[in-house]
Write a protein that binds this ligand. Sequence first.
Ligand code: MV4
Length: 669
Amino acid sequence: MFTKILIANRGEIACRVAATAHRLGIKTVAVYSEADANAKHVAVCDESVLIGPAPAKESYLRADKIIEVALATGAQAIHPGYGFLSENEDFAEACAKAGLVFIGPPASAIRAMGSKSAAKALMETADVPLVPGYHGDNQDASFLQQQADRIGYPVLLKASAGGGGKGMRIVEKSEDFKAALDSCKREAINSFGDDKVLVEKYLTRPRHIEIQVFADTRGNCVYLFERDCSVQRRHQKVLEEAPAPGMTPERRRAMGEAAVAAAKAVGYVGAGTVEFIANQDGSFYFMEMNTRLQVEHPVTEMITGLDLVEWQLRVAAGEPLPKKQDALRIHGHALEARIYAENPEKGFLPSIGTLRHLHTPPAVNFELGKGVAEGRPAAIRIDSGVRAGDAISPFYDPMIAKLIVWGEDRAEALAHMSQALADYQVVGLATNVAFLKRLVESGPFSQADLDTGLIERNRDALFPAPQAATLPVLALAAASLLAAERHSAANDPWADTSGWRMNGQLVRSLDFGDDAGRHLLRIGYARDGWRAGYDGRDALMTLVAEDGGQLVIKLDGATVRGTVVRDGDKFHVFTGGAHYPLDYNDPLAHAGEAEAEGGRLTAPMPGKIVAVLAEKGSTVEKGTPLLIMEAMKMEHTIAAPANGTVEDLLYAVGDQVAEGAQLLAFKAA
Ligand code: MV4
């Protein structure tokens, strides 16, 4: 076995590979770009070497640099992860030339699966089922039309050099064929520089079912069963699961054996995935082979109890496969959800920013190489390359984590996924967490009515109109605001000795907003708590417990729990498994900001000082409430406009102040 490997990747997959390497006592070398100097994958590896600027072309795709680093650090092998150089046959070859082991298939196998039509021709000779169609060299338009007529409509025209859905045309009837062919060829030549097309029977509600295969250098090849990845959006996988719902043992064996035949036909070695497109009746056809470890490999690990990276390392080191086909079993059901920094409400636009707050469900009951401990119902695994405080940059894939759950059966796995998504909190950028939760809880997905059009067909249920914040949500935000004021207050507004709370019927109006509109929450101070008024309701609100951002409040006796995270002018309320981002409009904080340059915080209108929260000489953070004044029957909080020092207090509780009067002397740090 190797004693040191280089991981030519970043993010979660680099961390994933390092975890197994360390478990097996293998040292790891990380490579990183300038954008990743403080990244998790650098922290978890034993050594790290900077290989270039942020753009992947100048760092993670620099085959020459990476090989140079491997040789300089004494690594014996290179694991490419997925993406970047993982399916680059020239890189695989260059590794071998340099005397390094490429932890992946031979360059010849990558090449053989690279061209769609050549791969199909090869699969045909290996008796791997293909979609009825024509993928030959004759590109004469009337010949192709004859082929389409023979196959029967609808047919699908595909650019031979295409991929990811580009250069495809559905043709419904013979009369439309010529125009569709011209248009398909135009797109193919523009996109791929090659206008060769193939004609296939069009499957109207296909499923994407793929088989994990593994081969060693001694002629052994097994299948590690299937994954159903039908739930996709624009050819990006969203949810993956294993086993595939509805799969019979007979069909599993047929697909597995077809996948092994495909791998053997190209002299495959290592981890590979054979993708099939399947009809609703279960009939299946070869689509392509991915010659790498895939993003969704953990669902296979969860149901087999195997560590696929361990297998990759053993095979690359020349060892035989650890298990034979008849020793492989499926146990339970696993689901994976890809958590992305993206905005589903804005066309899934990537969302760039810092993970200001990250709370995840605890990883439980799973160990790499051991699988799920028997007799315990739940297992949750999170594969991630980022930590709280890290940034999602525009340079790389914006995936935050893979959330993987396991249950004895699909219904149990689904329930765990739903709960785990409810417990997944991110502040700092937009994520698809709420979308994923709606998706796993939707009728079609929970009933396993799967096909590649599931998301498109269920748009209405998956993209509901924005829900307006309710009183419990606003009350949690208000309680967090009031609690923060208490913590930073010299004058504790919660204590019975507080002069201003005893002052009578002061009402303060908190101005929140969300996508559904503006919400004014009236807070009145009462002897036994507050009155919280919103939308015609007036409830007695008390704080039961507060720990960090975790709050328990009571509203007219009903307990409400939640987590509130303040990020500048936004309050993020997490309660009942949902995330409510609220804009908080604190006009006085902004009024103060404009004045802050001169070191003065002034009264925006005439009023009375009702609380002095800051102490003279204290150092405070930006946003810390310093003083509360009452003006026009409303309370206004004067907050620190920046990190700085309260140099002098100019008023006391009960004092009247004139408009424009300086309230305190503040010096920004
Ligand atoms: C198809 C098909 C229906 N019939 N071929 C899309 C990407 C490319 N790799 C193959 N694709 C498809 N080929 C026939 N004959 C439907 C798709 C397809 C699809 C396939 C797998 C996963 C998601 C998909 C989404 C849309 C279309």
